[in-house]
Write a protein that binds this ligand. Structure first.
Ligand code: ADP
Ligand code: TMP
Ligand code: ASP
Length: 237
């Protein structure tokens, strides 16, 4: 496969065209951003850890019958993926209260959310990714009714698969963000699943092992990602 020109460079990944019209190369950079790009730092090894972590999780999800864009690992920091037409919405599933829902609803961090809840956000950094509902999505044409239903059902299916996977590694899956796109008419999970876009706590101590370490200046960010990878059995060599 030939790597062609850069199509897009986001906050943490760069996207390249290839000699196949329907395949892209995702390059996971060391850049780490928080607060919609307000805080940015380079963290050594993060790109490689996230690339390998994402490959591991996407393969587990595919094996469980969830359609994903992941094709193969190409190098330490790059993967080949299907080229999707991304929907401009972010899907968040929450099992435990943390982050924005605590502020919005006055919840205490750490309380169980039962049953798990689901929220849509508009992918728009300039507007700080505002929360939106299904009516907004329909009225403004960001996705169809069918795609809304599929995003919700796939997001909860991901929860069943990953809660169990992380539990076996002694970890709580607190919440996570997913992005979907369309490939030859089919809704497919895109982007990434890494500790940059989810919250993971040690099940015993509730130590934070995700990007909140960066957001809150707790240090040991990549070390925490590596610990999670190690516990899951992700090959980081
Ligand atoms: P952001 O755009 O939020 O700064 P990233 O730095 O992670 O995020 O950039 C990656 C971009 O690539 C995101 O905008 C994401 O929506 C997009 N993307 C992810 N997977 C695919 C895919 N399979 N096809 C097309 N675009 C993708
Ligand atoms: P929040 O508590 O800030 O709403 O985030 C919920 C989860 O989704 C958390 O694990 C971080 C992730 N997330 C992103 O990675 N990017 C985003 O743009 C949003 C809105 C959430
Ligand atoms: N996607 C957001 C960002 O990187 C998530 C966060 O605020 O951490 O800016």
């Amino acid at each position: 496969m030939e790597k062609r020109e850069q199509l897009y460079s986001g906050k943490a990944k760069s996207v390249f065209r290839t000699d196949y019209a329907d395949k892209l190369i995702l390059h996971f950079r060391n850049d780490t951003s928080a607060f919609d790009g307000e805080k940015i730092e380079q963290l050594e090894r993060k790109g490689e850890v996230n690339n390998k972590f994402n490959a591991f999780i996407m393969q587990k999800l595919s094996a469980a019958g969830i359609p994903t864009h992941f094709e193969s690992l190409l190098s330490a920091q790059e993967s080949v993926v299907k080229k999707l037409t991304m929907l401009p919405v972010e899907c968040v599933v929450r099992n435990i209260a943390a982050g924005s829902i605590c502020k919005r609803l006055g919840l205490k961090e750490g309380i169980d959310i039962n049953p798990p809840t689901f929220e849509f956000f508009l992918k728009n950094d300039a507007l700080h990714d505002p929360m939106i509902n299904e009516f907004h999505i329909r009225s403004f044409g960001w996705a169809t009714d069918e795609q809304i239903k599929q995003m919700q059902s796939l997001a909860f299916k991901v929860n069943d698969v990953l809660k169990a996977l992380f539990a076996k590694a002694g970890l709580l899956l607190v919440d996570y963000k997913l992005e979907f796109g369309v490939y030859h008419g089919q809704l497919v999970l895109g982007d990434e699943f890494t500790p940059d876009g989810c919250r993971l706590w040690d099940a015993q101590t509730r130590k934070k092992l995700d990007k909140d370490r960066f957001r809150q200046g707790l240090g040991g960010v990549v070390e925490a990602y590596e610990e999670v990878a190690h516990r899951l059995g992700v090959d980081l060599s």
